[in-house]
Design a protein around this ligand. Structure first.
Ligand code: KG4
Ligand code: ZN
Length: 342
């Protein structure tokens, strides 16, 4: 069974071909980062237009690399939500139209389910059940994952997502969009302990998160510094921010591992690319005798491969595909609505 995956929920156009037997055959990606950088953030209308421009050439690229033809595709999976409405509509309309043309069914996929299952694309994948720490630009959740479509929410952020906190703090430090990855790079050169920032909800006793206060603390730190921020200040502040957010993410993950008694932790979503988060979790896992799994770096941020994979796993788990042609997108769509065990 060959599944085509289409991702277009935000600022990346991703296309991939996943074979149920052979695994991932090819994937092609276009990031709009350079285009949005000029505006300091994603401009939804520009994002939609760019998806339109990119999607067909990317499909040709993916088919070419895999040595496959339209007729070889058995079903088309695409991101139905959550995400930017216009951007989602491009991928969805493209996927539905293509499926209609080749007389194959479609599988609408939840974007976060794609992130959640993305470590299964690696050569040494986790097995069910596992705890998942989902840390993206829009979400921060701890989940117990028993199988495909069997998700139990253990805790989530009450306000900003971890990626959002990274991006907003980066902006406060004068870093260009998208700031998260840049802030983490800068943090590597900073000295820990120069500035102290709060660890929100660290001792709340539950698995909830809150990051908007941390962002405000960065703002206060920046204001105290005055007009011109020195490079040393920026690096030390970035380090302080990263130390704080990583400590909270790690401690809550450890609590979730203890609470569930599970021995595998999966970290998914863009913030999962963070080196300090990975190093700290790896150390703790060694000490506490559990294993941590990450998606390959290229599949941490948005991509088509995780959508093709999620579509394929859904079909194998018995979720029916649907006839092509009729569709809707869901810009706001809680993952728990996809869970059979909620
Ligand atoms: O999963 P993703 O690609 O998109 C969403 O579905 O939201 O995650 C993007 C987020 C952004 O907020 C970005 O700043 C953050 O992931 N990010 C990072 C790093 N790389 C990407 N945050 C911290 N450290 C990184 N190395
Ligand atoms: Zn994402």
């Amino acid at each position: 069974m060959l599944i085509l995956g289409v991702e277009s929920s935000c600022d990346e156009t991703g296309i991939a071909l996943y074979d149920s037997e052979a695994g991932l055959l090819s994937h092609a990606l276009h990031s709009q980062v350079a285009m949005h950088a000029e505006y300091g953030g994603v401009v939804p209308e520009l994002a939609s237009r760019d998806h339109i421009r990119r999607v067909v050439p990317l499909l040709r690229e993916a088919l070419g690399r895999a040595g496959k033809h339209f007729d070889d595709i058995d079903a088309v999976a695409y991101t139905r939500g959550p995400g930017l409405a216009g951007a989602l509509l491009v991928g969805c309309a493209f996927a539905e139209a293509l499926a209609l043309a080749i007389a194959k069914p479609t599988i609408p996929v939840h974007h976060l389910e794609g992130h959640l299952l993305s470590p299964l694309l690696s050569s040494d994948p986790p097995t069910f059940p596992f705890v998942a720490l989902l840390v993206s630009g829009g979400h921060t959740q701890l989940m117990k994952v028993t199988g495909v479509g069997e998700y139990e929410l253990l805790g989530e952020t009450l306000d900003d997502a971890a990626g959002e906190a990274f991006d907003k703090s980066a902006k406060l430090l004068g870093l260009p969009y998208p700031g998260g990855a840049l802030l983490s790079k800068l943090a590597e050169t900073g000295t820990p302990g120069i500035h102290e920032l709060p660890r929100p909800m660290l001792h709340s006793g539950d698995l909830s998160f809150s990051f908007s206060g941390l962002k405000t603390a960065v703002l206060t730190l920046v204001r105290e510094q005055g007009e011109n921020l020195s490079e040393a200040f920026k690096a030390d502040a970035a380090r302080a921010f990263q130390e704080a957010i990583v400590e909270v993410l790690v401690k809550k993950s450890l609590k979730a591992m203890k609470q569930t008694g599970l021995k595998q932790l999966v970290v998914a979503g863009g913030v999962g690319a963070n080196k300090q988060l990975r190093a700290t979790l790896n150390d703790e896992a060694k000490r506490k005798r559990f294993r941590v799994y990450y998606p390959e770096l290229e599949f941490c941020t948005d991509n088509g491969a995780m959508i093709a994979l999620a579509g394929c796993l859904r079909l194998q788990a018995g979720t029916p595909s649907k006839p092509a042609g009729e569709f809707s997108v869901l810009p706001r769509w809680p993952l728990m609505e996809m869970s059979a065990t909620r």
